[in-house]
Design a protein around this ligand. Structure first.
Ligand code: BG6
Length: 529
């Protein structure tokens, strides 16, 4: 028998939703959070709600309905959430009066997501909220839960009429689902089928928080608001492209999820391929949700499929062993709490991929992502072809290819590397950088990715969310790799924590005469600092 469902927070007599004034609210809504006692809620979602509230960007009096399984009273929940805000919110230190105001709008439905009574309790909260807020308000459901439960939640919400496919008056329903959307192509298709059977595609917001990062959004601006890059942005001028998403952290208490996922599912299928699509897509006809996502989809569909033999040659995996990161000794992956001692889960992936279309024919794209690497850095490197002829005879040593490095994080910025003459007699050539850094160029602090995306979902802007067909296209490319690894007798080789991954990842580039751009490579004048 599951525990009885409890609701705390609202109900007559409580001065809840005190500032709701629907005349002032253009977009009154409730934020309904499944997985409210999870890590994502603590580190990202509630801190984002706090910072948005501090910037006065949310619908006034936004009710926050938290649904979770962890036992405990509302007071304990809000205390724990406050701690997350104090540690992770962009707007810090916490303003007590502001937090009190947010906490007074938090509703805690404590129940099992399999239990229909939980949904009855949510329905009561809605009824109460509608009455209290002067009429039907919108509902933004956020599923920060493991994907296995998505289906149950959707079906229960629909069966109880808590989500409706059509908007009626002020009432709209939208559902945000966290990644990973499925485990492979069949499960992603199944999930899409289920979701779009209950709701329209327009109501589904598939979250990929990388799309909310300022620097990722800037990719489209860099390419399409400037006239100097686009004429060069093709196989005639670009030699190869590198995308690196390196993390210095390990699994950080998420072993349960991570060990069943691995790096390919966790970040490559979504974050890395989304960045690839933005770098490689054609100019969209407009920056509207469908135009942008149509172009990204074409890229994902043009990824050259890999046969098992090609996977062995062009995809490398690894698992972190013990080592030193940032001067600190750290465990290997298999020694992490709750990771099986014989785990074969990859924590590192590097691959060479091709986009078979007119723009990119013959240009290799090198992708890599991993945990416990030497530094945290995400960057995109566009390496241009060499000049067709050099007139400098023996004095050409310092001539390198031009490189444009787009630093996604940290120290966000862009660096263009080109050759210059060293001052002085004779002719000595050296690569030099031309740089732009956000922190120097703009004084205001950029919002966190989750802030931007929660706000977009509340206002109904889907541009920065993945579409169902795009998600399927990326799984179509990734799934054969997963299957092939499942059938291999060997697991991933170990790499020392604090390195740049297994040596096989370097060899992947060497045979084409390329090498990874690493930020700690002192000999590389074009690296970003
Ligand atoms: C998440 C992954 O999607 O992205 C995590 O599940 C990863 O494993 C995280 O650590 C990285 O995000 P960011 O914004 O810190 O680069």
């Amino acid at each position: 028998m599951s525990e009885p469902v409890r609701t705390e927070g609202l109900m007559p007599g409580r001065d809840w939703c005190p500032t709701v004034d629907t005349a002032r609210c253009e977009n009154p809504a409730a934020f309904v959070l499944f997985g409210a006692t999870g890590d994502l809620t603590w580190r990202k979602l509630i801190p984002a709600i706090y910072s948005l509230t501090a910037d006065d960007l949310l619908p006034c009096g936004l009710p926050i309905v938290c649904i979770g399984r962890r036992a405990g009273a509302l007071g304990e929940l809000t205390e724990w959430l406050r701690e997350g805000v104090a540690r992770f919110a962009r707007k810090r230190p916490v303003d007590d009066a502001l937090w009190k105001q947010i906490a007074s709008r938090i509703q805690y439905v404590h129940g099992d997501l399999e239990d229909p009574a939980t949904y009855d309790a949510i329905g009561e909260v809605f009824q109460w909220a509608d009455q209290h807020c002067g009429g039907p308000i919108g509902r933004l459901f956020y599923l920060a839960t493991p994907p296995e439960i998505f289906g149950t939640v959707f079906e229960q919400l629909k069966a109880r009429g808590l989500v409706t496919s059509e908007a009626t008056g002020e009432r709209w329903s939208r559902v945000v689902v966290e990644k990973p959307f499925g485990r492979d192509l069949p499960s992603a298709r199944e999930l899409n089928r289920l979701v779009t059977g209950l709701l329209s595609e327009e109501q589904v917001y598939r979250m990929d928080h990388y799309l909310g990062k300022e620097t990722v959004q800037n990719l489209a601006v860099l390419r399409f608001a400037n006239s100097i890059f686009e004429p060069l942005w093709n196989e005639r001028h670009i030699d190869h492209v590198q995308i690196t998403m390196a993390e210095s952290v390990g699994v950080e208490g998420r072993a349960g999820f991570y060990d069943a996922a691995g790096a390919l599912r966790d970040v490559v299928q979504n974050h890395v391929l989304e960045m690839l699509a933005l770098v490689a897509m054609e100019p969209p006809v407009a920056m509207d949700p469908d135009a942008l996502r149509d172009e990204k989809l074409k890229v994902l569909r043009s990824l050259r499929p890999l046969s098992p033999e090609e996977i062995d040659l062009s995809v490398v995996r690894g698992q972190y062993g013990p080592g030193t990161v940032g001067g600190e000794e750290v465990f290997g992956y298999r020694q992490e709490p709750r990771v099986p001692a014989d785990s074969r889960t990859e924590t590192f992936v590097a691959m060479r991929v091709h986009i078979d279309n007119w723009r990119w024919g013959g240009v290799p794209f090198y992708l890599r992502a991993g945990k416990r690497l030497r530094r945290r850095e995400t960057e995109i490197v566009v390496a241009f072809k060499p000049a067709p002829h050099l007139v400098f005879g023996g004095r050409r040593q310092g001539v390198r290819e031009n490189r444009l490095t787009i630093r996604i994080q940290p120290n966000e910025g862009i660096r263009l590397c080109f050759a210059a003459k060293q001052p002085g007699p004779g002719l000595q050539i050296e690569p030099v950088p031309m740089e732009f850094y956000y922190a120097r160029a703009f004084t205001h602090e950029p919002p966190e990715a989750y802030e931007r995306l929660i706000l977009d979902a509340l206002t109904g802007d889907r541009t920065l969310f993945a579409r169902g067909d795009g998600v399927e296209a990326s799984w179509r490319f990734i799934t054969p790799i997963l299957r092939h690894w499942e059938s291999c007798a060997d697991g991933p080789p170990e790499y020392p924590s604090g390195s740049w991954g297994p040596p096989e990842a370097d060899r992947l580039l060497q045979w084409t005469g390329h090498r990874w751009q690493n930020p700690d490579d002192e000999a590389d004048a074009c690296r970003c600092s």
